[in-house]
Design a protein around this ligand. Structure first.
Ligand code: T6T
Length: 328
């Protein structure tokens, strides 16, 4: 199955890396050993240390082991295309058979990913996508627009009399969070009981999200709902709510279900979480990569599910299964 002349070196490397399976190196990368004669896969995360991508990594490693493939995992320290590009370039230089990547920008990552394809490497887009996803054999993600709409519907239920609602986003150019922000905004604007105050961007920095929420609550103390469209925005929004002493008075709905977010749901700072299924995105990503490498037909677009978790469902089997992992 392995077609490279470096096969023996790769086997030895895989054995050595297998001993350190699930461990991370100082650059935030980690390696998992799979079969010794299988395909070499690389996973480039949107950012290192994010429970969403860690949970995806767990799914990728499990499925790669089943398929007899090896995986390397790399992520930049920030969700930023100027940092993700050199990470990708070093992955390309290691000549994997396929790269699973969450592009950090729909436009800026187009060319670097096209360069990987030009080297004969199969590309699978996991989570985020590109303006032109045809560079990939498959693109796998949640239904992000529907997720944004679902977040507004949760606020509608929590605040049936309506009022002011605010979006806390990440940064423009990220396919997933842009779609969530728009899904939320469109739904909010369509309900005349609500006033949509717009979206402000946290740059994926919880401290920035916290200060956005503090300032917004000072300006508009009667805000009834906040939608934070990813893990770090939601984490920071919860901090902003606590700092303003508004726990339980403002309804906060966050995308993702990392450990900190689950705590905020438990203590009543956040009212609902929309948990994606990153493990499943990872499993299906590996399956599509292996299919492409075997010359089998791919599914160009795959949509994975999501679960809304509230305080009532947090301890249910469904709620527990939906929570993200901090490590594999
Ligand atoms: O929400 C996920 C991911 O889907 C998004 O593309 C970027 O942010 C997360 O990784 C959460 O931090």
């Amino acid at each position: 199955m392995k077609r490279k002349s470096t096969v023996i070196v790769a086997v030895l490397a895989a054995v050595a890396l297998g001993a350190a399976a699930c461990g991370s190196d100082s650059d935030g990368g980690s390696n998992a050993g799979g079969g010794s004669d299988g395909y070499e896969l690389a996973f480039v995360q949107g950012v290192a240390g994010d429970a969403f991508y860690i949970t995806m990594e767990c799914g990728i490693k499990e499925e790669a082991a089943k398929q007899g493939a090896t995986v390397t995992v790399q992520g930049a320290q920030k969700f930023d295309p100027t940092l993700q590009t050199p990470v990708l370039q070093s992955v390309i230089a290691s000549k994997p058979d396929a790269i699973l990547i969450a592009p950090t920008d729909v436009a800026a990552m187009q060319q670097p990913i096209a360069q990987a394809k030009a080297q004969g490497i199969k590309i699978v887009l996991v989570d985020t996508t590109l303006n032109d996803p045809s560079v990939a054999v498959s693109a796998i993600s949640s239904d992000n627009s529907a997720g944004g709409k679902a977040a507004f519907e949760a606020i509608q239920k929590l605040a049936p009399n309506g009022g002011k609602v605010l979006g806390v986003g990440v940064q423009p150019g990220i396919s997933t969070t842009d779609a969530r922000d728009k899904g939320f905004a469109d739904a909010a604007k369509a309900d005349s009981k609500f006033t949509y105050l717009g979206v402000q961007y946290s740059q994926n920095d919880p401290a920035k999200a916290a200060s956005i929420v503090s300032a917004a609550l000072q300006k508009d103390p009667d805000i009834v709902g906040i939608f934070a469209s990813n893990l770090f925005s939601a984490q920071g929004s919860a901090t902003g709510i606590r700092q303003a002493g508004k726990q339980g008075q403002v309804n906060v709905v966050g995308f993702d279900a990392g450990p900190e977010q689950i705590k905020a749901l438990q203590d009543g700072t956040v009212q609902a979480l929309i948990a994606q299924q990153p493990g499943d995105i990872g499993v299906q990503g590996v399956q599509q990569a292996v299919k492409a490498l075997k010359g089998e037909a791919n599914e160009a677009n795959i949509q994975t599910g999501s679960t809304i978790i509230t305080k009532d469902t947090i301890d249910s089997p469904e709620g527990k299964a939906a929570a993200y992992k901090a490590s594999c």
